[in-house]
Design a protein. Structure first.
Length: 464
């Protein structure tokens, strides 16, 4: 099969890195965009809203897209995993069938979610109205409506990314996605600010504030989708798009069966995150802004882990499809040998340089102190979160998506009662301690579960 990178032969570390590094680079660019977005939004200082409140507005609307990412993952991961297993068997016909039915399912979900977001934006904001500044609610509603009008771009870009991930050609995903994200970085200050200072020169911007951030984002995502549309009209396409010819309800159900646990777990996670955000919002706009900004800085930890999550899903999927289970075990162990030292490094960086990291994006002294404590608390769990993500990728490659989803579901669910309990003596910091503790538990449980699963398959034996 020409349109794949063969992960079933050759040096394991080299093959994992071939897939992981482009995904890592994509995450780096994505993180750079997110932090740049927060930087420019944080520099808003108008008569109607401060920079801190602007970040809170974007963060509040962002939970809707975060929830929608569960629907995206349902189709993306189901499609990607099935394609990786078909690629391991060199079954190009199955790649075509899965790819086209993945497109059908993703388009349907995108259309529905777009309508809900646009017409239900005011309803979505109701839980936040008594806790956030009125202008934060107004700007957040505007941001959500703009994003919702172009949700199809977000959904379809992720579907096409998933196809390349399954084929092991993550370098394609990186090049295409990076082009749009770089465009977003350029457009952000133009649309957000009234005046832009570049090398001492002042230029006029559009001054659209939070709404401008949304417009810059949808333009960039639509640009990425346009690149994919052009690519699929050339001979370099992974498969020919013929949704009518390849429509197969059974294939759609196969995709959903694999992806549904991941999608549900993601949506439950986001629902819990929204509840946590509402709890945090009761402590003021600064706490809400830190919750948003701090999660972006945390991307330092999971960007490498997400690269290996994709790499392990593709690697395990192809080798599972080819019947090479010993290589599945060896690939997982090699990945852990890289992820564990990295996790320890991130723990140290986030704890030691917490104040400096937050100070890069917010100037308010009180917010910086809150943010410093946030990063110190979350730094404790970074190693375990990284291991959890990598292990989930290995389970996903085997098609055992229910296991990491179940661990994630129950682990995340503990955050609410634990957060309420710890908030009594610790305030907002107790809520963040609940998040950190749950991440530690999830990482330990999922890793032990996977090692026991390998032992059950007689691929991994403990010494007696």
């Amino acid at each position: 099969m020409k349109n794949k990178i063969d992960l079933t032969t050759g040096n394991i570390l080299r093959k994992l890195l071939i897939v992981a590094i482009p995904t890592l680079l994509t995450s780096v660019v994505q993180m750079s965009y997110n932090l740049t977005d927060m930087y420019w939004v944080g520099r808003i200082d108008s008569l109607t809203i401060s920079g801190t409140n602007a970040i809170a507005a974007v963060g509040t609307a962002g939970y809707y897209m975060w929830f929608g990412f569960g629907l995206i993952l349902l189709v993306k991961m189901g499609t990607s995993i099935k394609i990786s297993q078909a690629a391991g068997r060199d079954d190009i016909g199955e790649v075509k069938r899965i790819g086209n039915n993945g497109i059908i399912l993703m388009l349907a979900l995108a259309f529905i979610y777009s309508l809900i977001g646009f017409f239900g934006a005011d309803v979505y904001m109701i839980p936040f109205k008594d806790k956030l500044d009125p202008q934060v609610i107004i700007d957040s509603t505007s941001y959500l409506k703009v994003i919702s009008m172009f949700i199809i771009s977000f959904f379809m870009v992720n579907l096409f990314n998933g196809v390349y991930d399954g084929l092991g050609k993550t370098i394609n995903t990186f090049v295409i996605t990076a082009s749009g994200l770089i465009l977003n970085i350029v457009l952000d200050p133009i649309f957000i600010l009234e005046e832009i200072e570049i090398f001492g020169n002042i230029y006029n911007g559009l001054g659209m504030g939070v709404t401008g951030a949304a417009i810059a984002t949808v333009i960039s995502q639509s640009f990425i989708l346009l690149i994919y549309i052009v690519l699929y009209s050339t001979k370099f396409r992974p498969f020919r798009i013929r949704v009518v010819k390849y429509y197969d309800w059974n294939k759609i159900k196969e995709i959903a069966k694999i992806g549904l646990p991941i999608g549900i777990q993601s949506m439950v996670f986001t629902t819990i995150a929204i509840i946590i955000a509402i709890m945090v919002a009761s402590y003021g706009d600064n706490a809400t802004a830190i919750q948003r900004l701090g999660s972006q800085i945390e991307a330092l930890a999971w960007m490498v882990a997400s690269g290996f999550q994709v790499a392990l899903a593709s690697f395990v999927g192809q080798n599972y499809g080819a019947g090479k289970m010993d290589r599945v075990k060896d690939g997982y162990i090699v990945a852990l040998k890289l992820l564990i030292p990295y996790g320890i490094f991130i723990n140290i960086i986030m704890f030691v340089f917490a104040k400096q990291l937050i100070g890069l994006f917010i100037e308010d002294a009180e917010a910086i102190l809150i943010g410093k404590r946030y990063l110190e608390i979350l730094s404790v769990s970074q190693l375990f979160m990284i291991i959890e993500l990598g292990t989930a990728g290995a389970f996903n490659g085997l098609g055992k998506t229910r296991i990491p989803s179940a661990v994630g579901f129950f682990g995340n669910l503990t955050r609410i009662p634990l957060g309420i309990l710890l908030a009594l003596p610790l305030g907002v910091y107790g809520i963040w301690w609940a998040v950190s503790i749950s991440s530690i538990l999830k990482g330990i449980v999922l890793t032990v579960w996977f090692l026991l699963y390998l032992r059950k398959l007689k691929l991994f034996k403990t010494s007696s």
